[in-house]
Design a protein around this ligand. Structure first.
Ligand code: DGJ
Length: 746
């Protein structure tokens, strides 16, 4: 259904737009000029106001179909200091006409004019997509705003296409995807994620105050420091599962920014897109620039409900195997065991041991290529190292297959060591400013993927590698951020396009590789979780959550991760203890239970394991296979948060509520208090569930203990309302159990 040019074809458009379509959830009222998007319990509305601006009217719980929004009216402004342009909640504001809040678009024209005022021109509605066309009041600059709605979750996707139809090039200095607005209020709490290498995804919560809070990456990639995700809770509920929550996430793997601001009228505006820092996109006549998609959703079911919606959306609408991704196989990864010292015999020995405990995918990490002995050399030279693998990779891959596993390989395609044949041949292929130093990180430089020749080289060697070897999985690593982001091969005016072109080429390589090798799965890794976002997740099946594999530290990293991303992509390995970054001593079982809350892997040096360790691992991997569908694709309930607490408990419930998996951890008992009672969620209250211990069963409480013994079976109501006790005492203790719904005739 198409509605064209409102002012000239109003009547025709009104008739066309009013015709109901089977899945139509987007409506336009030609009398009031109000657009309304209804889906999955939410309503989003905005209108064309008296100034011809696009003005937000409502975002929240679904309203009655009979509720009519009055026409949008621009706000008066507060004083001469706050003109209406700034106080009216515009959907997508150009920087012009006195705008002091965060603009969505800022342009410098060649004649020095920097005033941009965007007015409504026309719109189209096509199924679940609404496109609004805006134009500057004087110049031929058009912006098409795209709104898509997901009927299952109500999550909206918003993006913009900026088109230069003038006869001169122009410079885009800021291009955001969207501004989301929440009504005036002083009772909002902002949730966001911060971190660093080996310490990702720490949840922060703070009251929203006047002014701005900026979440961003200026690093050329998503970064460990902030995740491109936010949630805003109203009247901050202590309970995870009730209350109004608005949330959003930006699908972009380059430099990005989300600005949360409370404006002069106390409305909340959340603007996100390309990071305007050092941005400058030259748009020639006839060219256009697309922004990334900024997804946003609303729920009345608290922050827990918000993440469950996001998980559902990612699984059904983002991941490459959407809408029903395959469960993540249990993998073994060689990195912590052998680091760079990989060779045929050593890897085969590890593969045999991994297969014996039920591992399904064997992944050889760094060290197999070029002259790679440590991190000083080899990146860029993607031939198999002849000393380590004299017969190529085939013997190892064949061995892995003969053991019943598939084979995965580590690559770091975007990087080059100065000590490499590639760099010696093409020193101009890296990001650099002519004549300036080239700052190294981990002894490596960043290849400028924005260059077509670099892009073709990277695609070419990956395609060859996967074509010539039976590789089911690539771990795609990226171990530093940008410095000196120059692109001397193009004109100075075009150089800053690197921020967009690099990432577009990265996506195109991933897309083409997957299209040509449909069975291939890919993991996004960037020194752990430095590149996790909904942009890269369109092309990658899983992510490496963190280089920190300490099972206790992982509890809070994983807790934070799941606010923004589904546990179905969250890889977690069981490694050695004590080891590298984790001096504390934990049992094999504790380490497994920590890792079993996501995609399970093993990264320990199996050459050092005892027969008991192998037996425990074999038993727990078999248990994991019984619950992984529930853990990876079910509904996650955070029952006790590990933040600031000795305890933490998660529960995953299958979508049909036939199974639940519960993981409980204790850091250290204090003052002899018993472990808190666990109240489960999300079960069928009337159904009967049988208890099965995944971990070894904790000691049963004595006859006069304050703890209630765990029943063999009970109703969903019992588990949720009465709750259950697990007898955890001491240091680094853990337990896990599964509930299986008992069939009515059993
Ligand atoms: C960083 C990754 O996060 C690690 O898992 C490992 O692959 C190393 N790079 C290898 O250099």
């Amino acid at each position: 259904m198409t509605c064209m040019h409102l002012r000239t074809a109003l009547f025709t458009a009104a008739l066309a737009c009013a015709a109901p379509a089977a899945s139509a959830q987007i409506h336009y009222n030609p009398q009031t000029h109000v657009f309304r998007i209804d889906s999955a319990g939410t309503t989003y509305a905005f209108g064309v106001n008296d100034m011809q601006e696009l003005q937000q009217l409502y975002w929240g719980k679904a309203l009655a179909a009979s509720d009519n929004f009055p026409a949008a009216r621009s706000n008066d402004g507060n004083a001469s200091f706050d003109p209406a342009t700034s106080t009216t909640p515009q959907e997508y504001a150009g920087w012009g006409a006195g705008l002091y809040v965060e603009p969505a678009l800022k342009i410098t024209f060649p004649d020095g004019n920097r005033d941009l005022v965007l007015h409504y021109v026309s719109h189209t509605i096509d199924g679940n997509t609404l496109t609004i066309r805006l134009k500057d009041i004087e110049r031929e600059v058009f912006v098409s705003l795209r709104y898509t709605t997901d009927p299952q979750t109500g999550i909206l996707g918003r993006s913009a296409v900026i088109e230069n139809r003038t006869s001169d090039p122009l410079l885009i200095e800021q291009a955001e995807s969207a501004t989301w607005t929440l009504p005036r209020g002083t009772d909002y709490t902002l949730d966001y994620l911060t971190g660093r290498w080996a310490g990702e995804d720490q949840l922060q919560q703070e009251a929203i105050r006047p002014g701005q809070r900026v979440l961003e990456s200026r690093r050329g990639s998503t970064g460990h420091q902030n995740s491109p995700w936010f949630a805003v809770e109203r009247d901050h509920a202590t309970d995870q599962d009730t209350g109004d929550v608005w949330f959003g996430t930006l699908a972009w793997s380059g430099s990005w920014r989300i600005t949360v601001e409370q404006d002069q009228l106390r409305a909340i505006r959340i603007t996100g897109g390309y990071n305007p820092f050092d941005f400058g996109y030259r748009l020639a006549p006839g060219q256009s620039l697309d922004t990334p998609v900024f997804y946003g959703g609303y729920t009345h079911d608290g922050i827990g409900g918000a993440s469950r919606l996001l998980h559902r959306f990612e699984i059904a609408s983002i991941l490459p195997q959407k809408p029903t991704p395959k469960a993540r196989p249990v993998l073994y990864n060689s990195w912590e065991a052998t680091e760079f010292n990989v060779d045929e015999a050593g890897q085969e020995a590890l593969a045999e041991k991994a297969a014996s405990i039920g591992v399904e995918r064997f992944v050889m990490d760094d060290g197999w290529f070029g002259q790679r002995k440590d991190d000083h050399a080899g990146l860029g030279d993607w031939y198999v190292n002849p000393q380590k693998f004299p017969h190529g990779l085939k013997p190892l891959i064949d061995k892995v297959h003969s053991l019943g596993m598939d084979f995965g390989l580590w690559v770091e395609p975007e990087m080059v060591n100065p000590d490499s044949d590639l760099y010696r041949k093409h020193p101009d292929w890296v990001l650099n400013f002519t004549g300036r130093p080239r700052t190294e990180g981990r002894n490596q430089l960043v290849l400028n993927l924005a260059r077509q020749d670099v892009r073709d080289y990277v695609y070419g060697f990956l395609d060859k590698l996967v074509t010539e070897n039976d590789i089911a999985f690539l771990k795609w690593d990226y171990n530093r951020n940008w410095s000196e982001p120059g692109w001397p091969a193009v004109s100075p005016e075009e150089q800053k396009q690197v921020y967009v072109q690099y990432i577009d080429n990265l996506y195109s390589i991933l897309r083409e590789l997957r299209a040509k090798h449909p069975g291939l799965e890919i993991e996004s890794c960037s020194g752990g979780g430095g590149r996790v976002d909904l942009g890269i997740l369109r092309y990658t099946d899983e992510v490496w959550t963190s280089d920190n594999t300490d099972p206790f530290d992982r509890l809070s990293i994983q807790d934070g991760f799941t606010y923004a991303f589904t546990p179905g992509v969250m890889m977690a390995w069981v490694t050695d203890s004590p080891a590298w970054r984790h001096p504390g001593i934990t049992s094999v079982e504790y380490r497994f239970l920590s890792s079993m809350q996501g995609g399970l892997g093993v990264g320990a040096n199996l050459n050092h394991w005892t027969p008991e360790d192998f037996a425990t691992a074999k038993r727990l991997i078999a248990e994991y296979k019984q619950i992984r569908e529930t853990v990876q694709h079910g509904s996650l309930y955070r029952l006790v948060s590990p933040r600031g607490s000795e305890d933490s408990v998660t529960e995953s419930v299958s979508l049909d509520r036939s199974q639940a998996a519960v993981f409980a951890f204790l850091h250290t008992s204090q003052f002899g208090y018993p472990y808190p009672r666990i109240y489960l969620r999300g079960l069928d209250p009337k159904a009967e569930y049988r208890v099965h211990w995944i971990s070894s069963e904790p000691e049963k409480p004595g006859p006069h203990s304050e703890l209630t013994p765990m029943p063999d079976h009970a109703s969903g109501a019992w588990f949720m309302s009465h709750g259950v006790d697990v007898n955890l005492r001491g240091d680094f203790q853990a337990a896990a159990f599964r509930l299986d719904r008992v069939a009515a005739d059993e």
